[in-house]
Design a binder for this molecule. Structure first.
Ligand SMILES: Cc1cc2nc3c(=O)[nH]c(=O)nc-3n(C[C@H](O)[C@H](O)[C@H](O)COP(=O)(O)OP(=O)(O)OC[C@H]3O[C@@H](n4cnc5c(N)ncnc54)[C@H](O)[C@@H]3O)c2cc1C
Length: 486
């Protein structure tokens, strides 16, 4: 470990889900690979994002479901067992240890260097290792950057003095605050508001603008989540910008939040779920003529644009294409194959949906928002179609009318919207809102990626009585409203 320089085929900077998968794929392609990590192997997702957040949400959503099931209501109508929920969260976050991940890297013949890595001119990464040494890594074929993102905090005076929560504190908290202010209206904001409300906090959401929650999705998704949050007792305030924050001195000091409405809100903690910023400020981008702190723009083979020689790749959050774990892993699988093919001098299969093409990034990015009700979406929304001028048929269906939904819960509320390309007759987008809809998402993703004509989908028979019968109802609605279906 103490050598001052080493040469590999591939050097990967950042061992979150994207980086780990990139190293896995380049190693599988027969290339010697090393990965550099300065915190925990598994990245934000394993320890401060996907895993712990879903662990906090699962009991909340299961209880909400149970409260609508006859015969269970009385048993479920009790507060969550907070210590048990936190203990479950701790297990799902692997107690913030990454030994298993280190063993896995070893098993796939990927070397690990722990420390802070910086690019240092073409094909070189210099690592300040944990034990104070400097190690220089040179890549024969490629360097992959997968350094991820952190919370983009607003430039509010005094913010650093109030110990604000970001996703890190919200997912690893040891106590439930009595009053939690949540700033933002995107996925992290609605999920954490849902979790902490169920854990017993009085939650106030401060949402800038009037475009609603989850405003990149179909508007009905945000509307239904807003209604449910309000019904659960969350105070959702739109058109409210935070203009100032201050914390009282001393242990247990509360946070005073000023808004542009002239109101002052007092909370025990304030969570900023105000978007993400790339972790590229201190990775040596300036040595390549790129700007520190910028997102890394990539071409369709994940090569960073504007870098001569085409040896620098970026996958995962840092390329700003789709900030989700599964999509970063997809990108890593594609990029790993690309790097392997280029190293062997093979031609790329980079036509649409080819093995070396990143087609899903633009056509079929699936996302689940684990709120109550859940939101599951993939592909285009109706606003996307309108913006891009794509001609689509929009088919809506009330999921609550499907036999499987009636079985699932008393008074089930849900809605499906499927977009069908007017010329090609294939599904190009789908949004499902309602309990249990997360498992519908893969069928929609397959329909889009497979470009399956609706005439063929007609033969994909959903089982009775499941919520997936919504597909049948959507196709019938399409047929009955003039779509070309038998
Ligand atoms: C609260 C929350 C919940 C989420 N839930 C979901 C979900 O349910 N499903 C989903 O798909 N996505 C979810 N996401 C998004 C998901 O966490 C990210 O898309 C994912 O973590 C991105 O993976 P990545 O590998 O690109 O980056 P990261 O996971 O951020 O990993 C980057 C790694 O690089 C390391 N690193 C950075 N700079 C250096 C350096 N200079 N030297 C060495 N190492 C470095 C970091 O320490 C880190 O380990 C959630 C996000 C948040 C905030």
């Amino acid at each position: 470990m103490n050598g001052s320089s080493r040469v590999y085929d591939v050097v990967v900077l950042g061992a979150g889900p994207a980086g780990e998968n990139l190293a896995d794929r380049t190693s599988a392609a027969g290339l010697t690979s090393v990965i550099v990590e300065n915190e925990l192997l598994g990245g934000e997702c394993s320890f401060w994002a996907c895993e712990p957040s879903k662990a906090l949400l699962r009991p909340a959503l299961a209880r909400a479901d149970a409260l609508r099931v006859p015969g269970l209501r009385r048993a479920a109508d009790a507060p969550l067992d907070v210590p048990a929920v936190f203990a479950h969260r701790d297990r799902m976050a692997f107690h913030w240890k990454d030994d298993d991940q280190a063993d896995w890297l070893d098993s796939i013949s990927v070397d690990l260097v722990r420390g802070h890595g910086r690019l240092d001119g073409p094909r070189r990464v210099v690592v300040g290792t944990a034990d104070g040494d400097t190690l220089s890594l040179t890549a024969r074929h490629a360097v992959g950057v997968s350094t991820g993102t952190r919370t983009a905090l607003p430039g509010l005076p005094g913010l650093d003095q109030v110990r604000p929560w970001t996703n890190r504190e919200a997912t690893s908290a040891r106590q439930v605050p009595d009053r939690l202010a949540v700033v933002g209206g995107g996925v992290v904001a609605v999920e954490m508001a849902t979790a902490y409300r169920a854990l017993g906090s009085q939650v106030t959401m401060l949402v800038r603008g009037h475009r609603g929650l989850l405003n990149r999705m179909e508007p009905f998704a945000g509307d239904m989540v807003t209604d449910a949050l309000r019904a659960a007792g969350v105070d959702v305030r739109f058109g409210t910008s935070v203009t100032g924050v201050a914390r009282e001195a001393g242990p247990g000091g509360t946070v005073r939040v000023e808004t542009d409405e002239g109101e002052a809100l007092v909370a025990d903690e304030i969570l900023f779920a105000t978007g993400r910023a790339p972790r590229t400020g201190d990775i040596g981008l300036e040595t390549l003529g790129l700007t520190p702190g910028d997102w890394l723009t990539v071409d369709d083979s994940y090569r960073v644009t504007g870098v001569p020689g085409g040896w620098l790749y970026a996958v995962g959050d840092v390329n700003h294409r789709a900030l989700m774990t599964h999509q970063g892993k997809y990108q890593a699988r594609i990029a790993g194959g690309v790097i392997g093919a280029r190293a062997e001098g093979r031609e790329l299969d980079d036509g649409m949906w080819g093995a070396h093409a990143s087609t899903a990034d633009s056509a079929a990015v699936p996302q689940v928002v684990f709120t109550e009700p859940e939101v599951a979406a993939v592909g285009l929304t109706s606003q996307d179609a309108e913006r891009s001028g794509r001609r689509v048929r929009v088919v809506d269906y009330d999921i609550g009318r499907v036999a499987g939904a009636v079985q699932y819960a008393d008074g089930y509320r849900g809605k499906a919207r499927v977009l069908i390309d007017a010329e090609r007759g294939t599904v190009v987008g789908a949004t499902f809102v309602g309990p249990g809809t997360q498992e519908l998402l893969y069928s929609a993703t397959v329909a889009i990626a497979g470009e399956i004509p609706v005439e063929r989908l007609w033969h994909a028979v959903p089982a009775f009585p499941t919520i997936s019968e919504v597909w049948l109802r959507v196709l019938e609605t399409y047929r009955d409203s003039g779509g070309t279906l038998i």
